[in-house]
Structures are given as structure tokens and as C-alpha cells.
Design a protein around this ligand. Structure first.
Ligand SMILES: NC(=O)c1ccc[n+]([C@@H]2O[C@H](COP(=O)([O-])OP(=O)(O)OC[C@H]3O[C@@H](n4cnc5c(N)ncnc54)[C@H](O)[C@@H]3O)[C@@H](O)[C@H]2O)c1
Length: 248
């Protein structure tokens, strides 16, 4: 008998990793609901198993409404992938404003609270679920000038571990992926203001990866597939480094 299609919610859907994650899940025959500020990059994926919403995930009521609609339509939410995020340009702390700090914490952390809270009751009802959060290897292998981003990704990992223990009795697994420097448009945004982005990619980022290349979005999509799958049914509260050894 064919396995039941999973119903998945993916944030950051229009981004480099989000799109690769969605593409792989659609290829597996799963049903995906993508959330992003812009979903324009997904038009070439349009098919009846993909539904996209242009939404700021900080808008709690809208996220709750979308999850409710999804549950009413399909009768289940099997997985949540938190892939949205914003970068920080490398900046000494004295020059980081409170607004910049708050924005990084809001987008990279508060959204996790919003999406997790929005899906958990549906997952509990079916005693089944998998939540995957894309954090960053920088949380454990920092670079100078990224203090707010690093703190937000550390919080993302701690939040996932907290949810993993809270939700284990309901058979809901919660895991984190720490990507290394990845080949998406975000990477250039970590360069200091005025720095040559292409040169920084090569001289700073590629150089820092022992396996000698940037992470591809498809590398992350593969790790997400594993954590969503039954093969990972005893994996919870863990962090998978998909970083070419950057964390070593
Ligand atoms: N690219 C890297 O080098 C790298 C490395 C480690 C971790 N990460 C993390 O991986 C994740 C995916 O990053 P990416 O490389 O695909 O970046 P990306 O910039 O291509 O995608 C991020 C997406 O998040 C969306 N987004 C931002 N704020 C949002 C909000 N409030 N509501 C809805 N959508 C919002 C953006 O519109 C964008 O499409 C992020 O969490 C990022 O921090 C990236």
C-alpha cells in the first residue's frame, strides 16, 4: 500500500533553502503549504499539491488562520519546517542598534514560537508530527560581528530542544539543522558593509568549509526529508550539522 501523503507547512518557502525543500517534498508526492513574504520564486513549481501564502509569519493571527484552513482541508498537519530567516551584516556590537537586535530576534525566534504554537494542537490530536527548524552552524562556531544573528540561532536550537521534551509524550519530534555557509542569496548579506560580496564568499566562506564548497540548498532539503521521515522516528531533540565540517 502506498504511504499516506504528508501534509507539510514550510516557512521561508520563497527562499533558497525553502524552495529546494518544497521541490523535494513535492517530488515525494507530499502536500506542501508554503509561507513567505514573497512566493514569486515558486511559480515554476505550481501544481495542485502546493499552496502558497504571502504572509509575514510575525502575524500570529494569519498564521493561525492558515494552519486552521490546512487542517480543515486535509484533516492533518504532519510536519512543519521553519526555514525563514534574516541575516545580519557583520557589525561590531557598538554599532548594532536596538531596532536591529529586536528585528533579528523577532524574525528568527518569535516566528518559531508562532508557527510551533499554531500547529501543535493539530499534531497532538493525531499523536504524530515532526518539526524541523533551520538554525545555523554559527550558533556553535561563531564569526565576529554576527552576535545578534548567532544569539537568535542559539535560541532557535534551545527552543527546539525545549519543545522536543515537551512534545515527546505526544509522539511529536522536534529537531534542528545547522547549515554551514550555503549558496543562497542570504550568504552575501553576512558580509560587512562595503565588502566585496563575491570575494567574501570565496575568501571567507568557502575557505572555512573543510569539505571545500558551499552547502547547496539541496543538501538541506535532503536532511529535512530524513528528519520528516519514518527513518527518523527515534530522532528528537537533536541537531544535524549539514555544514561540510565547518563546525569542527
Ligand atoms: N544561506 C546561508 O548561508 C545560511 C547558513 C546557515 C543558516 N541559514 C538559515 O537558513 C534559513 C534559510 O535561509 P536561505 O539561505 O534560504 O535564505 P533566503 O534569504 O534565501 O530565504 C529566507 C526566506 O525567509 C523569508 N522571510 C524572512 N522573514 C520573513 C517573515 N517575517 N515572514 C515570512 N517569510 C520571511 C524571506 O522572504 C526569504 O524568502 C534561514 O533561517 C537562515 O538563517 C542560512
Amino acid at each position: 500500500m502506498a504511504a499516506e501523503r504528508q501534509v507539510l507547512i514550510v516557512t521561508g518557502a520563497g527562499g533558497g533553502m525553502g524552495k529546494a525543500i518544497i521541490q523535494e517534498q513535492l517530488e515525494k508526492g507530499n502536500i506542501v503549504v508554503g509561507l513567505d513574504l514573497s512566493v514569486a520564486s515558486l511559480t515554476d513549481l505550481a501544481q495542485d499539491t502546493l499552496q502558497c501564502f504571502e504572509v509575514n509569519v510575525l502575524q500570529e493571527e494569519r498564521v493561525n488562520d492558515i494552519c486552521k484552513q490546512v487542517f480543515e482541508k486535509y484533516g492533518r498537519i504532519d510536519g512543519l519546517v521553519n526555514a525563514l530567516g534574516i541575516a545580519q551584516a557583520a557589525t561590531p556590537i557598538e554599532q548594532v542598534t536596538m531596532d536591529e537586535w529586536n528585528r533579528l530576534m523577532d524574525v528568527n525566534v518569535k516566528t518559531l514560537f508562532i508557527t510551533t504554537k499554531a500547529v501543535v494542537s493539530y499534531m497532538k490530536e493525531r499523536q504524530k508530527g515532526s518539526i524541523v527548524t533551520i538554525a545555523s552552524i554559527s550558533a556553535v562556531r561563531p564569526r565576529p560581528g554576527l552576535q545578534a544573528y548567532i544569539a537568535s540561532k542559539g535560541a532557535a536550537e534551545s527552543f527546539a530542544r525545549g519543545m522536543a521534551i515537551e512534545l515527546a509524550p505526544f509522539q511529536i519530534r522536534v529537531n534542528t539543522i545547522h547549515p554551514g555557509p550555503a549558496d543562497t542569496q542570504m550568504l552575501g548579506q553576512f558580509a560587512a558593509q562595503g565588502a566585496d560580496i563575491e570575494q567574501t564568499k570565496q575568501s571567507v566562506f568557502v575557505q572555512s568549509v573543510p569539505l571545500g564548497r558551499l552547502v547547496n540548498p539541496s543538501d538541506i532539503a535532503g536532511a529535512v526529508s530524513y528528519l520528516l521521515s519514518n527513518e527518523a522516528s527515534m530522532v528528537t531533540g537533536t541537531t544535524l550539522h549539514v555544514d561540510g565540517g565547518r563546525g569542527l
